[in-house]
Design a protein around this ligand. Structure first.
Ligand SMILES: Cc1cc2nc3c(=O)[nH]c(=O)nc-3n(C[C@H](O)[C@H](O)[C@H](O)COP(=O)(O)OP(=O)(O)OC[C@H]3O[C@@H](n4cnc5c(N)ncnc54)[C@H](O)[C@@H]3O)c2cc1C
Length: 494
């Protein structure tokens, strides 16, 4: 069994270009995931000088660990937007998600992209009686927008189900194959893509942004922060407006695939889709979703996933975890950070639906840059105020954050480790050491550079994870996902 995402198998990591000189451009896109690559693609025919940088390889961020569904039946999202924002907002959001699926399909057809794009129906189901009414409410909402919704007593897999609805015209694809085509198309259109190139700081002079990498400077007229977590904003902008949710995913070889996707409306979240490559058929199964600051014992979380697979009588070949940014009004943050200023743009907060929202962000952001009207810009405006008093879970989340901060500071989780993880204080600094089976010591600073939480060691994926806001670092302390943007490798001798 491999402790990594199925999408990362057979990826070619050898050909990439690093930034090695100072450059100037009109638009700098920071991040080459679904958001950044979609934005670059939609700007490919402008006369602007575009440059995209990624601190890793294109698509190797959160997008590499998605389940890759292009779905508008997104749990109870329309029911929730209707309840917490308005019916009008729920309807606009629905339109936007349907449009996003169409955008990807059009690109796949136009560019003849071989990325296993397949139109399949999607189910929303529950095994809890008290959820049925909510799903039915969402069904009414969808039907009032002209969507054909089917009702079911079961879904086409042997999982406990009391009620389900399904819709057509949703899809699945291989997200990394899709992005690798977009990358090639952009390069052919003279967009400069630099990988293994991290932006470490952004300053502004009168007319330009001056963006620092480790060794070079990029001067850009406008910047698009497509880095998943939008660093470079005020440090408390995102923590106050969002939470981070983590989920556990597996891919298991099976005899025959089925043509549908499914997701539960209630906790524990279960999500199902199928995928075929040249050699094998896979069931991709997600079980369990929680805020990073709750249940951060990864062994327990992965064990729950494995128990579910056992019930389905399948063995996982791949297991991995991933997290996404959740907003309190269930709508993404796409667009300008300052009113009437199109020089600093972001796309984030996709509530685990970034295949559609990232694609859409590409269109909205490029429309803002090219001064085209976009009908979704207002609803997804990152500057909108969110009435958190309506959302009772907000104070609970803040409380859980503080609890996680304290628990890791006093090292409450010590008993999880079998002597292979050690925490020490050296020269007044908190250090964590993981000793591998081959007796190699991996030493990191035990402090998240984001808001100074202490870390926990994820024994399954061999990563250092921050329970407060979800930053992750590889075994040697290189940052792999934000909010942190800096490495925590301990470079001195022990
Ligand atoms: C378990 C799970 C399953 C999911 N399944 C689905 C699904 O089925 N359908 C769906 O629609 N959505 C799904 N999502 C959500 C979706 O995967 C994400 O919302 C989406 O991938 C985010 O894309 P992105 O481009 O914003 O971020 P990323 O893919 O993370 O891209 C950001 C890029 O920026 C780079 N970067 C970061 N910092 C810097 C820096 N300082 N300098 C340079 N580069 C930088 C990173 O290396 C990265 O490549 C899922 C999420 C989870 C957690």
């Amino acid at each position: 069994m491999k402790n990594k995402s199925l999408w990362l198998q057979n990826t070619d990591n050898s050909s990439y270009k690093k930034l090695t000189k100072n450059i100037k451009c009109d638009i700098l896109i920071i991040g080459g995931g679904m958001t950044g690559m979609s934005t670059a693609y939609h700007l490919r025919n402008s006369n602007l000088k575009i440059c995209l940088v990624d601190r890793d390889l294109v698509g190797h961020g959160i997008t590499s660990k998605t389940t890759g569904k292009l779905n508008y039946l997104q749990e109870l999202i329309f029911y929730k937007i209707d309840k917490y924002v308005s019916k009008e907002a729920a309807k606009i959001y629905l339109d936007s998600q349907i449009e996003a699926i169409n955008i990807v399909e059009e690109i796949v057809n136009r560019e003849q992209i071989d990325c296993n794009f397949e139109k399949v129906p999607s189910f929303l189901f529950t095994n809890k009686k008290n959820e049925i009414k909510k799903i039915q409410k969402q069904k009414e909402l969808l039907e009032s927008c002209g969507i054909k919704v089917n009702e079911h007593k079961n879904i086409p897999i042997n999982i406990n189900c009391k009620y389900a609805i399904s819709v057509d015209d949703t899809a699945v694809f291989h997200p990394l194959k899709y992005l690798s085509y977009l990358k090639d198309i952009c390069i052919k259109k003279d967009i400069n893509i630099y990988e293994k190139t991290k932006i470490t700081a952004i300053n502004k002079d009168k007319n330009n942004y001056i963006c620092k990498t480790n060794k070079n400077t990029i001067i850009a007229n406008k910047i698009v922060v497509a880095s998943h977590y939008p660093y470079f904003l005020l440090p408390f902008f995102m923590p106050a407006k969002t939470s981070i949710e983590k989920s556990y995913v597996s891919a298991s070889k099976i005899e025959e695939i089925k043509y549908f996707t499914a997701i539960t409306s209630n906790n524990p979240v279960k999500s199902i889709r199928y995928h075929s490559d040249i050699k094998n058929n896979y069931l991709i199964y997600l079980n369990g979703t929680h805020k990073t600051c709750n249940n951060y014992d990864e062994k327990i979380n992965f064990d729950k996933l494995k128990r579910d697979l056992k019930k389905l009588k399948i063995e996982p070949q791949y297991i991995w975890s991933n997290h996404d940014i959740m907003t309190y009004d269930y709508l993404p943050f796409i667009g300008r950070i300052e009113k009437n200023d199109s020089s600093f743009l972001i796309g984030t907060g996709y509530n685990t639906w970034g295949m559609t929202n990232g694609s859409l962000a590409g269109v909205i952001i490029s429309d803002i840059i090219l001064q085209n009207q976009n009908k979704y810009e207002k609803l997804f405006d990152p500057r909108r105020s969110i009435n958190t008093s309506k959302i009772l879970k907000y104070p609970l989340y803040l409380g859980a954050n503080v609890k996680a901060f304290i628990e890791t500071k006093i090292n409450k989780n010590k008993s999880w480790y079998k002597g292979n993880v050690e925490f020490r204080k050296i020269d007044g600094e908190n250090i964590a050491i993981y000793t591998s089976e081959k007796n190699i010591k991996h030493v990191v600073y035990n402090t998240c550079p984001h808001l100074k939480c202490s870390l926990i060691f994820n024994e399954i994926e061999k990563t250092w994870d921050c329970p407060c806001h979800g930053s992750r670092f590889d075994i040697d302390g290189h940052v792999i996902s934000g909010p942190a943007n800096y490495d925590i490798k301990y470079k001195k001798e022990l």
